[in-house]
Design a protein around this ligand. Structure first.
Ligand SMILES: [Zn+2]
Ligand SMILES: [Zn+2]
Length: 403
């Protein structure tokens, strides 16, 4: 027996934790092949316990219909036969009518990817999350710390600005110590926060640099971060060489870490890119380093409503807000304000209009008030949307207007 559930526009299906009752969404058939074993919110461990109440009810209704119904029908038939005109037993099988499966709405959730198990989910974001496959706890503050701290005390500012611009172009988020601090921020606190938000620090040591303790605070903070974050934080020291082969002095505190002696700026850039624990472009944690990747919010809300969905919403919002769907041997009807919206019963046309209703439901513009996929009501969001969608005439007028 196969049960199909509609997903949201991005292909995700809601799941619910039986312990904390919070919802999250997963994409079946993608990512990890292991079953969901942990709640991303509370870390509750369990198997096959993640269906929502609505989904469980639907599964029960379908399985009753599929498994039980033929048995009852058979019984009904046999009893009729046995009555043989003498004793009439009229048995009507009274089964719960299987309504529409629960619709998956496009909720404003955050997308998180767990590189540990290659699993992507949607959640309401908190400070901590658990991987739904392996249960590993993820600290979101550490996960978000992807800035690259550029210490520019040991180098002239033009050169470090060049690095900043190039790194930015590559997709990194470089942070130039004093520049990034709003005026009035106490220097040390600003530096500390900058380090905390970063996954690495680059110390530029130019030939003129003498270790006179200028960098002491920054180096101390960097070492502190390195101890706290381990692989998630890189200390990158670049010792620049001038034409005469002169180099600056590596500060005492940094000598316990490896430093590089790039001959050119490009080589320096390569050293930075290579040493950072984040991969560029993707802004994803490298393999073997745990962390959650946050991806931009769902794309679905920006996609345009179909012409059919727009028409249904417009008519419903201007009338009593009701939409009636009915399927019978005569075909499919979608009645709005006493008007049948489906112009003809060709399968293609019917599919477009039924899809329009689903689309509206997914966006929460209409609500299934009867829970059977038959009677819908326009929601507050639906009325708002109807007001902002230009109607057909305005659209055509706009198209005709010369630019
Ligand atoms: Zn939970
Ligand atoms: Zn995992």
């Amino acid at each position: 027996m196969k049960i199909n559930f509609p997903t949201d526009s991005d292909g995700y299906l809601s799941q619910e934790c039986p312990s904390c009752a919070q919802r999250f969404k997963v994409r079946f058939g993608e990512g990890s092949e292991e079953p969901i074993s942990f709640c991303p919110y509370c870390g509750n461990k369990g198997h096959d316990c993640w269906y929502t109440q609505d989904q469980v009810e639907y599964i029960q209704a379908v399985s009753t219909g599929v498994v039980l119904s033929p048995e009852l029908k058979k019984l009904e038939h046999e009893m009729k036969k046995a009555s043989g005109g003498f004793l009439k037993i009229d048995m009507k099988t009274d089964l719960p009518q299987v309504g529409a499966p629960p619709m998956e709405t496009d909720d404003a959730l955050d997308v998180l990817r767990f590189p540990c198990c290659n699993e992507t989910i949607k959640v309401t974001r908190y400070d901590r999350h658990f991987c739904i496959i392996c249960g590993k706890e993820m600290d979101m503050a550490a996960t978000d710390a992807k800035k690259v701290f550029l210490s520019h005390k040991g180098i002239d500012k033009d050169k470090v600005s060049d690095f900043r611009n190039t790194l930015q172009l590559l997709g990194y988020d470089p942070w130039l110590d004093e520049d990034a601090m709003p005026a009035g921020t106490p220097l040390e606190r600003g530096l500390l926060q900058g380090m905390k938000d970063s996954c690495g620090v680059v110390f530029f040591i130019t030939p003129s640099f003498k270790d006179e303790g200028y960098l002491e605070t920054e180096i101390n903070y960097a070492i502190q971060e390195k101890r706290a974050k381990g692989e998630r934080f890189a200390i990158i020291t670049l010792q620049f060489v001038d034409a005469e082969g002169n180099v600056g002095e590596i500060p005492e505190l940094l000598k316990t870490y490896v430093w590089k002696k790039p001959k050119t700026s490009l080589e320096a850039l390569r050293e930075i890119v290579r040493a950072l624990p984040i991969a560029h472009n993707l802004v994803d944690w490298r393999e073997g380093i745990d962390g959650v990747v946050t991806v931009p919010k769902i794309k679905s809300t920006s996609t345009e409503l179909s012409a059919e969905a727009t028409a249904i919403l417009k008519v419903a919002a201007s009338g009593d807000g009701h939409i009636m769907c009915h399927k019978s041997f005569g075909g499919q009807t979608i009645q709005v304000g006493g008007k049948q919206m489906i112009p003809d019963q060709s399968p293609r046309i019917v599919a477009l209009w039924v899809g329009g209703v689903e689309d509206l439901q997914r966006r929460r513009y209409i609500m299934d008030v009867g829970h059977k996929g038959e009677i819908f009501q326009v929601t507050r969001e639906g009325y708002e949307a109807a007001d902002t969608i230009p109607d057909e005439e305005t659209r055509q007028q706009r198209a005709e207007q010369p630019h």
